[in-house]
Design a binder for this molecule. Structure first.
Ligand code: AHR
Length: 504
């Protein structure tokens, strides 16, 4: 029988920036409070951080973590979160109609990052605030000479700088829901001024300017062009945000989400490079895909996730955006990771939105357990098994029909290679057909390589999920029968499945 494709390291896409496996923690719902921070929980340490959550975040394998928002940051006064806890103000968080206690701020969050072993990526408030407050925060975080701000940092227990490299210039400033929302022209000018000041203070920072909050935004495209015309010389990255969900029970269409993400990335790259071309510049603006996930944002009844709180009720840590992910979501999610790796030449940073309780791979119950959602598995496995370099894997295993994109590949795949071998990541997007796949891998050590580890995410019940009552209902299992013979890797992918195969 014929082969469907091949893996050849000469078809390299790029060296992979580990920042592709980033996460995102926002002051939102039960993410911080009653999520990562729950003094009184049986596993909490002296600072109130849950050790069971720390262990799961470590297992997830997240590189950089974007903080503290999200929509939250556009109304946030970072100074509220420093100094003695008893002096910190309670504030209304207008983005999520909640009360922010400020018990966790920059120092506490850094302490938590030290526990989980991830790097901090900070967002500044360009919604209700401006350049000066961004510079104050940068000086507080990164300056090493003695100033009023660094003295305060030392008084708050930290002599040495935080040394934050990645900075987001605001959040989703194209969105009418955003506090301080602006048009592209006004935002572009503000972002440019702020970026120039930040670089004067610390030339080592890497700056992310806001792209569109989704490719469906009416200003998508023109926003990127105008913003980059103002900031091209000042920034390193432009952001992409994208969330996917199943609409109207159409699982097949949902399974084509990776195609949407690919087109989004390729469109933003085209616009960024067009701006470069008009300036006769060979500088390449990279993409920070700093919010991506499955999120049941638009409900069938027309309401929006997160809009449920109104009126005089401003709760602390309400249950918001606590999506329960099922097996189908996990498969689509795995395809999104494949898509990011396929574009790793330009996507040099990405943040899974979010990490704990809020559209999250990890859920917790106050006083109770923490558990992995279905999306946990593709992330932790991809982060752990992805090697140094991404390699294109052309596969011709038929197509599925998407209402939006026409005929799209049934099997989507990417590989990574490193000195120890290679890893293949694959998804079968078909809702009906299993695929018996044969890939020529003779270019990998002459085919003298074997399957040493494999993982399959697949459930006959697409809507099976892990819950408080049944936290281990869905998991991964080995991909039975995957083997290499005469330089051909053979494996079977059931309908609606994601898999990883380690060869060494
Ligand atoms: O991740 C949830 C929200 O989605 C973020 O706060 C916002 O940036 C985006 O709209």
């Amino acid at each position: 029988t014929s082969v469907h494709g091949f893996v050849d390291p000469r078809f390299e896409i790029s060296r992979i920036d580990r920042r592709l496996f980033g996460g995102f923690v926002e002051h939102l719902g039960r993410h911080i409070y009653d999520g990562i921070h729950e003094p009184g929980h049986p596993t909490a340490d002296a600072d109130g951080f849950r050790a069971d959550v720390v262990e799961l975040v470590k297992e997830l394998g997240v590189s950089t973590i974007r903080y503290p928002g999200g929509n939250f940051v556009s109304g946030y006064r970072w100074e509220d979160g420093i100094g003695p806890r008893e002096d910190r103000p309670r504030r209304l968080d207008l983005a999520w109609h909640s009360t922010e206690t400020n018990e966790v701020g920059l120092h506490e969050f850094q302490a938590w990052l030290d526990l989980v072993g991830s790097d901090l990526m900070l967002a500044v408030n360009l919604g209700t605030r401006g350049t000066q407050e961004a510079l104050d925060l940068l000086e507080y975080a990164n300056a090493s000479v003695e100033t009023a701000w660094t003295r305060r940092r030392a008084e708050n227990g930290r002599d040495e700088p935080f040394g934050v490299t990645m900075w987001c210039l605001g959040n989703e400033m194209d969105g009418p829901w955003q506090l301080g929302h602006r048009n592209a022209e006004d935002y572009g000018k503000l972002a440019s001024r702020t970026a120039k000041g930040m670089r004067m203070l610390d030339p080592g920072v890497e700056l992310v300017v806001c792209g569109s909050s989704g490719s469906g935004m009416p200003t998508f495209g023109s926003w990127e062009r105008t913003v980059l015309e103002h900031t091209f010389d000042d920034v390193d990255f432009i952001s992409c945000h994208s969330y996917y969900q199943e609409h109207g029970g159409d699982a097949q269409e949902f399974l084509a989400s990776g195609v949407d993400m690919a087109r989004f990335i390729e469109s933003v790259v085209a616009i960024a490079d067009a701006v470069a071309a008009t300036r006769k510049s060979d500088k390449r603006i990279m993409i920070s895909f700093d919010e991506w996930n499955v999120w049941y944002l638009h409900r069938e009844d027309g309401s929006e996730s997160g809009d449920e709180l109104t009126g005089d009720d401003w709760p602390v840590a309400p249950r918001l955006l606590e999506d329960r992910y099922h097996a189908l979501d996990g498969v689509v999610f795995g395809d999104l990771l494949i898509t990011l790796l396929q574009h790793s030449d330009r996507v040099r940073s990405a943040s899974l939105a979010q990490l704990v309780n809020v559209i999250a791979p990890i859920m917790t119950e106050p006083g109770g357990p923490a558990w992995r959602q279905t999306t946990f598995f593709p992330f932790s496995i991809t982060s752990r098994l992805a090697g140094e370099r991404a390699v294109r894997v052309p596969v011709d295993a038929g197509t599925i029909t998407s209402a939006r994109f026409g005929e799209v590949a049934r099997v989507n795949a990417v590989a990574t290679v490193d000195d120890g071998g290679a890893t293949l990541f694959l998804v079968n997007r078909s809702t009906t057909d299993a695929v018996d796949l044969r890939l020529d891998i003779t270019a990998l050590a002459g085919g003298d390589i074997a399957v040493i580890e494999s993982h399959l995410l697949h459930e006959d019940d697409l809507y099976a999920a892990n819950t408080l009552q049944e936290p281990e209902r869905v998991g991964v299992r080995p991909l039975d029968g995957a083997h290499v013979t005469d330089g051909i890797l053979s494996l079977q992918l059931p309908a609606v499945s994601w898999a990883a195969v380690r060869l060494g």
